[in-house]
Design a protein around this ligand. Structure first.
Ligand code: NDP
Length: 396
């Protein structure tokens, strides 16, 4: 009797992993190892040493470093291999088109993920999308381009993966609300006065997920949940008012869909991004994975609470940005990238992040009238300049 090998169910033969040296990128490579997927393209920004190790293991056709100096370094490191090392943003988009990958996992950090998202769509490859900023910055354009090119975008973000899976229980016209769960991060329940003195170390200690530094900070001040609201609006074509946020401390229910008959269909599993990456690759099939099973009998209790919008104002600000539309969500994201980088290098306090983002959004609120890609990218640059200027003014 031949045993069926379920670990390859629905899996692509060849894939690309962008942002390969990061938290999600490394977990995507774990999925590739487990399912014997050939990795044809790897990308990162500056971590040439990390990339060298990955390239020696996976022997991809292309390795792209966004940073040109890092590409030079990597070229020397891999001189004894056949790997083609490229450098810069345009080389990344070209290598996506040239690669034989059927699925591209985009786990690049920040707005830099937008160009590879568009290149993947244009190349007609399945996009397993972890880079939420692509949809925050230019959600309408990205989704419009995917419809035009008939390219599949399958979410990797755990909440959106859960919603994507739960949506299979009904029709789009039968959806009343989407419920996005939020762990609440390390500071849930804290007052503004308490938040004023939190440290970088405390902020990076997420209670349930182990993630890259930037998204860990975004989770602590609820900006990440705000970005996910925007991401959900675009991915699933719902109104902002249909995306409801609920704090769920245990991160077991990853999100849910509420239907018009009152049924709420949720996806539950242990918090492990590898499951989300794997499903984005195997959909519509399911493969036996690398993740530990969830034992409901030992779960005990699950808790839910309303989010605290007063002490965590970045969540309501994200609703405001997506309602206004245009380039305002891009401004929100760009200002946040500047603010979080300053916080991570201890040049800004935790509460300073929200203040800087709020001030930048106020200054550029007229950007809501811009709808072209070029115009949105100009506002991204403008918002970074404005946020940096405010940062140095507030310090001075
Ligand atoms: P990390 O910071 O851990 O990794 C980011 C990756 O992107 C690295 O490979 C980094 O390269 C690369 N990168 C950074 N800047 C650039 C750039 N300018 N151009 C090209 N590549 C770049 O991030 P995460 O893995 O935590 O997050 C990645 C994305 O996934 C984000 O959009 C995040 O919101 C989303 N996400 C993450 C989750 C998680 O569990 N971590 C969960 C859900 C979504 P280098 O190492 O060289 O700097």
């Amino acid at each position: 009797m031949m045993l069926t090998d379920t670990k390859r169910n629905g899996m692509p033969k060849i894939a690309a992993v962008l942002g390969a040296t990061g938290s999600v990128g490394r977990q995507a490579l774990d999925v590739a190892r487990h399912a014997d997927i050939r990795v044809d393209l790897l990308s990162a920004n500056r971590d040439a040493a990390g990339m060298e190790a990955l390239a020696r293991e996976f022997l991809p056709t292309y390795c792209v470093m966004a940073d040109e100096a890092a590409a030079k370094d990597l070229r020397l490191r891999l001189a004894d291999t056949e790997v083609c090392v490229l450098g810069g943003a345009s080389d990344l988009t070209e290598s996506i088109a040239m690669s034989k990958a059927e699925t591209v996992v985009n786990a690049v950090l920040g707005a830099a993920g937008l160009a590879p998202t568009l290149a993947t769509i244009d190349a007609g490859k399945r996009l397993a999308l972890s880079n939420k900023e692509s949809l925050v910055v230019a959600g309408e354009l990205v989704m419009g381009r995917a419809r035009e090119k008939k390219t599949e975008i399958i979410p990797v973000d755990s909440e959106h993966s859960a919603i994507f899976q739960s949506l299979q229980a009904g029709r789009a016209s039968e959806v009343r609300n989407l419920w996005l769960t939020a762990s609440g991060g390390p500071f849930f329940g804290k007052s503004r006065a308490e938040l004023a003195s939190v440290t970088l170390q405390q902020t990076l200690a997420h209670p349930t997920w182990k993630m890259g530094a930037k998204i860990t900070v975004d989770s602590a001040d609820m900006m990440n949940k705000g970005f996910e609201v925007i991401e959900a609006v675009h991915l699933f074509g719902v109104k902002p008012s249909q995306v409801r946020v609920v704090v769920h401390r245990e991160s077991i229910i990853h999100s849910a869909v509420e239907y018009i008959d009152g049924a709420v269909i949720a996806e539950m599993s242990l918090p492990d991004m590898r499951m989300c990456v794997q499903y984005a690759m195997s959909y519509p099939e399911r493969a036996s994975g690398v993740c530990a099973p969830l034992d409901l009998a030992t779960m005990g209790e699950l808790h839910f609470a309303a989010p605290d919008s007063e002490n965590f104002p970045l969540l309501p600000l994200a609703y405001r940005a997506v309602l206004a539309g245009g380039a305002l969500p891009a401004v929100l994201n760009a200002a946040n990238e500047v603010a979080v980088a300053a916080f991570l290098s201890e040049k800004l306090s935790f509460l300073g992040i929200g203040e800087l983002v709020g001030e930048t959004v106020e200054k550029l609120s007229f950007s809501q009238n811009e709808h072209t890609l070029e115009g949105i990218l100009n506002y991204d640059t403008e918002a970074r300049r404005e946020a940096a200027a405010l940062l140095s003014k507030n310090k001075g």
